[in-house]
Design a binder for this molecule. Structure first.
Ligand code: BG6
Length: 520
């Protein structure tokens, strides 16, 4: 895999080739997107590819091939890409970058059943290898519904596209990789079937599963915060931590997403992947190194030790939004959203309680919650510390003192907040909570790359650290399956009004243990 990349050496002779600060540039390759006319492709993938090109991180001969049913010529498809780039790219538009990128854009028309279309795809890639020097290195991005996977995988296998050809004596072997998007199944059993299906065609080390939360700077910074500093780690355990709240709140509704979301729900959509990955990064031990395998080993260890706290009636909550106000806008409830079954039982809010049964964490509850149409958009990990065992102040002086907290603000307003008690100026010894903030915007001048930029680049470089392996996916389903079964047997989610912080049962869930949710 190494050797497919090159490093930029911006003028400093002391910085070696192995200097990880140097930007890594992908080697020659082509990337095929299936489902190229979909939302994800338009809003995230094509803009990310342009942003990478604009940052000089794609090789000059890079090729992008769209595969879809529409009858486009290469130029028509290039116009679609251009439109998406102009609307959604993070970095400024530069004509010369676009001109170079667009020379490598191709389109293959066909359905997934269409053998001839896949043969055409193989021929197109071969031609690109010849014309643009992509060297037989091909990535296949499956931005398609999971029920289309078997067919596409079978076609890639049949046409030999999944297998790198033997390069002949002394020449470097080209690579083939597949990228898959969630949902990785809808429960443990289906995830195992899906993994088996994918691995029949692509060996595990060539499978890149996207969990875009792992591509976020703030999520990677969790590892820097924990393992590059000395002051947090000693207090990062049940000795000092009372509980942890991991919140992913969104203010958007589900209009336009019925096809994907109805029947899936909040727990499968984001707890199974994003939130359990955040939990794993928060709780794992320090890896021996940042080698991908070492990171996987530590994540797998904590995910294996993670258990639901029971009884599930009391330790979980789920809800479905009804009409209400999102700021000044009146919004409809889920059951009135276009395309949703008017009797849908799909939850749009989910909260669960977990324990991580390791020496470090035993006894500390981890509360995970997510919801659509909540008060505001915020994702954060709040580590809530125990109260001081003895307060030598008059009780009235500490009425406004809460728990110490370290809050990793994943988004928006990316940063970290430390919350602690401070004396209120004046003659008394009154103590009140104050915040100390680190904010990315203030500390760094460069803006953070989009998660998809980082992940697409890593995939093209063959760098798997930020991609969950199938064992992590299966362990996550093992954790979640009992809640899903419990909810399935248990009737309907509780209604909550759009624009609020979720159903009453979620508040009761924490109140039972004498705690309350943060209102970020
Ligand atoms: C996706 C979920 O994985 O993440 C969506 O399917 C959700 O339902 C989205 O809206 C949120 O991503 P972000 O990066 O905006 O937090």
């Amino acid at each position: 895999m190494a050797g497919a990349e090159t490093t930029a050496a911006p003028g400093n002779p002391l910085r070696q080739e192995s200097d990880k600060r140097l930007p890594r540039i992908a080697g020659p390759c082509s990337m095929v997107i299936f489902g190229v006319t979909g939302d994800l492709s338009r809003k995230k993938l094509m803009p990310a590819i342009y942003d990478l090109a604009n940052r000089g991180l794609l090789p000059p001969g890079f090729a992008l091939v769209g595969f879809a049913r529409r009858d486009y010529a290469d130029e028509d498809f290039a116009k679609v890409v251009l439109e998406a780039v102009k609307q959604h790219a993070r970095t400024p538009f530069r004509q010369e970058v676009w001109d170079q990128l667009s020379e490598g854009i191709r389109f293959v028309q066909g359905t997934f059943e269409d053998d001839a279309a896949f043969s055409q795809l193989a021929a197109t890639l071969k031609q690109l290898d010849h014309d643009r020097g992509t060297g037989g290195n091909h990535a296949f991005y499956l931005s398609i519904p999971p029920n289309a996977f078997p067919l596409v995988l079978q076609q890639l296998s049949r046409t030999g596209l999944a297998q790198p050809p033997d390069p002949g004596e002394g020449r470097q072997k080209p690579w083939r990789r597949v990228v898959i998007e969630k949902p990785f199944g809808h429960d443990l059993k289906s995830a195992q079937e899906l993994n088996a299906l994918v691995n029949r065609v692509f060996p595990e080390e060539t499978v890149f599963r996207i969990d875009h939360y792992l591509g976020k700077e703030t999520v990677q910074n969790l590892l820097a915060l924990r393992f590059a500093n000395e002051m947090f780690e000693p207090i990062w355990s049940s000795n000092f931590v009372d509980h942890v709240q991991i919140t992913m709140a969104e203010d958007i509704g589900l209009g336009g997403r019925a096809g994907y979301y109805d029947g899936i729900g909040a727990a499968r959509d984001v707890i199974q992947n994003h939130l359990l990955q955040l939990l794993a990064l928060t709780t794992m031990e320090d890896p021996v190194s940042f080698q991908p395998r070492q990171l996987q080993i530590e994540k797998i260890k904590v995910l294996s030790a993670t258990k639901l706290v029971e009884p599930l009636d009391e330790t979980t909550a789920r809800g479905q939004y009804t009409e209400g106000w999102q700021g000044s806008e009146k919004v409809v409830g889920l059951l009135q959203e276009e395309g949703f079954d008017p009797n849908s039982r799909t939850e749009t809010y989910a909260a669960i309680t977990l324990n991580v049964d390791t020496r470090r964490w035993a006894g500390v509850p981890f509360y995970l919650r997510t919801g659509k149409r909540l008060g505001r958009r915020v994702t954060e990990i709040a580590v809530m510390f125990k109260r001081a065992p003895h307060l030598p102040f008059d009780q009235t002086m500490t009425e406004e003192l809460g728990q110490n907290a370290l809050v990793i603000r994943v988004q928006p307003d990316e940063g970290i907040t430390l919350r602690f008690g401070s004396k209120v100026p004046g003659s008394s010894m009154e103590v009140r909570d104050v915040n100390m903030d680190f904010s990315y915007g203030e500390s760094f001048t460069e803006s953070s790359p989009e998660a998809y930029e980082r992940l697409i680049l890593d995939m093209l470089l063959g760098e798997p650290s930020l991609f969950p392996v199938n064992e992590e996916v299966e362990l996550s389903w093992r954790i979640l399956d009992p809640v899903l079964e419990h909810w399935h047997a248990d009737g309907k989610p509780e209604p909550y009004e759009a624009g609020t912080w979720g159903p009453a049962s979620a508040d009761e869930m924490l109140a039972r243990t004498g705690r309350e949710w943060r209102r970020p």
